[in-house]
Design a protein around this ligand. Structure first.
Ligand code: FAD
Length: 322
């Protein structure tokens, strides 16, 4: 990879990803880049080899990097893509860049008497991560409030896109084929997002509301989270998507797996869809528990639990292997 010397930002080698994911476990990224501004990110992507795996990372609250590490480049958005401001009427709404924390958007909306973003207070990632995951809680989902997004591709080109350019489902966002965006429902014309295009910003459409009421809603929402989730130990939120008409947590609990441990990873005794790191977990311990829960639920209920958390990288070579 030939990188211009006047590129601003920070390029690191062998970056321990445990520092950047909420599970606080896992391997290194061969290369990581913290752009200083969007212009640097554009120049950087333009210089990255076409076959170099690239992964954008927000706050790592839905991500696990296997212990053998990621053979590619991780791009961190939170330093450079930090813009957050109101849009003037008649468009209205909020412009938020991909590296802004979702709870910050919720608070900013409430402070400005805009309603509809309160649920983002409960999602401890970035706007980019929320867009990629269609993150949601308490009956709301990110893309319900998206008016349009700005994206960047591998060549550093920027695009303005509308929600209609994506197939948006529960915890899944797929960019329709650029050539046939919006034109086809054939899944073969879909490319998975974000394989070669990533989010740099979103415009959220939010009607006028009552800021005091929004702040009350946010407070209640956070209190409910504290009461039900094991927030005192490193975790990545819900590990599995809820299957239609059921709850992953209920199914895992019925299999008697609450409290089950592999190494330093434990299926939370408090919430069975959470896996917590008790301090010494390796990524392999977490992934083993994920597979164990999937196998148990499949065997007992015939239901396939689909992962919500994203896993990248390579397993560590077994000791003794060449
Ligand atoms: C305690 C806790 C509670 C949680 N509760 C919820 C919840 O209620 N609802 C919910 O939906 N999730 C929840 N999560 C999961 C997580 O917070 C969300 O999925 C969040 O949106 C991820 O954002 P992030 O910035 O941390 O993304 P990361 O974990 O950094 O990345 C997640 C995925 O998004 C991709 N990505 C990140 N940034 C970009 C970008 N700019 N462009 C394209 N792709 C990108 C990454 O490549 C990766 O595939 C919870 C997590 C925790 C730890």
């Amino acid at each position: 990879m030939q990188i211009e010397t006047d590129l601003r930002g920070e390029l690191r080698r062998n970056e321990p990803m445990a520092r950047h994911v909420s599970w606080r476990a896992g391997g290194v990224a061969d290369r990581s880049y913290f752009p200083a501004a969007l212009a640097d990110l554009r120049a950087f992507l333009g210089a990255v080899a076409a076959d170099e795996p690239v992964c954008f990372v927000g706050l790592g609250s839905n991500l696990l990097v296997r212990d053998g590490g990621f053979r590619g480049t991780v791009v961190f958005t939170h330093r450079a893509l930090a813009g957050l401001h109101l849009l003037d009427p008649p468009t209205g709404g909020i412009y938020a860049e991909a590296g802004v924390a979702s709870p910050k958007v919720a608070r900013f909306a409430a402070l400005n008497n805009l309603t509809g973003a309160e649920f983002l207070a409960g999602i401890p990632g970035t706007v980019g991560g929320a867009l990629a995951m269609n993150a949601g809680c308490f009956g709301r989902e990110t893309w319900e409030i998206v008016a349009r997004v700005r994206t960047i591709d591998r060549a550093g080109r920027l695009y303005e896109r509308a929600p209609a350019d994506y197939r948006i489902e529960y915890r899944s966002v797929v960019l329709k084929d650029k050539a046939g965006a919006g034109a086809s429902s054939d899944s073969s014309s879909l490319i998975p997002h974000p394989s070669d295009e990533w989010f740099v910003a979103a415009v959220f459409k939010l009607p006028r509301g009552n800021g005091m009421q929004s702040r009350r809603t946010i407070k209640e929402l956070l209190q409910r989270r504290i009461a039900t989730q094991p927030l005192d130990q490193p975790n990545a939120g819900s590990v599995f998507r809820n299957p239609p008409g059921d709850y992953a947590a209920r199914l895992i609990e019925q299999c008697g797996l609450k409290g089950h441990a592999v190494g330093g990873a434990v299926i939370s005794p408090r919430h069975a869809n959470f896996i917590v790191n008790t301090g010494t977990a390796r990524a392999a311990d977490i992934e083993s528990l994920i597979e164990l829960a999937q196998a148990a639920v499949q065997s007992r209920f015939g239901i396939t639990l689909e992962r919500e958390v994203r896993i990248i990288g390579e397993a560590r070579a077994k000791s003794g292997a060449l």
